[in-house]
Design a protein around this ligand. Structure first.
Ligand SMILES: C[S@@+](CC[C@H](N)C(=O)[O-])C[C@H]1O[C@@H](n2cnc3c(N)ncnc32)[C@H](O)[C@@H]1O
Length: 252
């Protein structure tokens, strides 16, 4: 991700952070939130030991209260205003995590020591301005413990018209080569807007496998809430093939 895009993301969330935090209150009453919360609760509680978690693109900390048996949570976000809001996240009184560290940074350039986390999740991040890449998933892979897991969502391209789908596929492919900067030729957005990324299930499975992950489930899900509207692919993968779990996800 280039600096220009990073700055546009920062600007967008600088202006909307407090509204976003207020919307968390509404979102947390909805079924979609409840469903995601159950998944995160099940995943975090499934290790049989207190774990360390990374929320990549944590925003205002909407899912902090869902985590179980978590001794340490790192909330990473590129927007300092969103991190400021995450100091008092929704359902703060239910947050059971012993230690929370809020870190300002871009997930694409951030580094953590190997095997820092048992669980990495990222919700509502891959789509508007932030793309998925093999490079990023490989970093997640490195940051996970041997039985670690990653859970994220991304916009589903399967419902886009064919021409748009082809354009997006080329655009996503070029995203892997930021140095060429030719992705811009495929952009039709206004200069100040953020690029939008969509993925097919096959693309995500390919990216996960190429990064060393074992995909457990990649499945489409309607997301009815105002800020997460649209059809998303929800993706769960483990670092080792022992980590496959039938716990919470429909078959890929
Ligand atoms: C739609 S919000 C979702 C926030 C939170 N995960 C949630 O579900 O409420 C997207 C968040 O991702 C952050 N973000 C976007 N691109 C990022 C990047 N490259 N690195 C770190 N954070 C990023 C934004 O600043 C914003 O807080």
């Amino acid at each position: 991700m280039d600096h220009e895009i990073e700055n546009r993301i920062k600007t967008a969330y600088r202006e909307t952070a407090s509204v976003y935090r207020k919307n968390d209150e509404l979102d947390a009453t909805g079924k979609d939130h409840q469903r995601l919360c159950e998944i995160l609760g099940m995943l975090s509680g499934s290790f049989g030991r207190p774990i360390t978690v990374l929320d990549a693109g944590c925003g205002a900390g909407r899912y902090f209260h869902c985590l179980k048996n978590t001794r340490r949570l790192v909330g990473l976000d590129v927007s300092s205003e969103m991190l400021q809001e995450a100091r008092h996240p929704v359902k703060e009184e239910e947050v059971s995590v012993a230690e929370i560290e809020l870190v300002g940074g871009n997930v694409h350039t951030q580094s953590f020591p190997e095997k820092s986390f048992d669980l990495i999740y990222s919700i509502g991040v891959f789509g508007n301005g932030c793309g998925l890449s093999m490079e990023l998933l490989s970093k997640f892979h490195q940051w996970l413990t041997p039985d670690g897991r990653v859970f994220f969502d991304a916009f589903d391209s399967s419902e886009l018209p064919r021409v748009f789908r082809i354009r997006k596929r080329i655009s996503n492919y070029l995203h892997q080569f930021p140095i060429l900067n030719i992705r811009n030729r495929f952009r039709k957005e206004r200069p100040e807007s953020l690029p939008f990324y969509y993925y097919s299930k096959a693309e995500i499975v390919r990216l996960l496998e190429a990064s060393g992950f074992f995909p457990v489930a990649v499945y489409p899900q309607e997301c009815p809430m105002p800020l997460g509207e649209g059809r998303k692919l929800q993706c769960l993968a483990s670092k080792s093939d022992q980590g496959k779990s039938p716990c919470c996800c429909r078959a890929a």
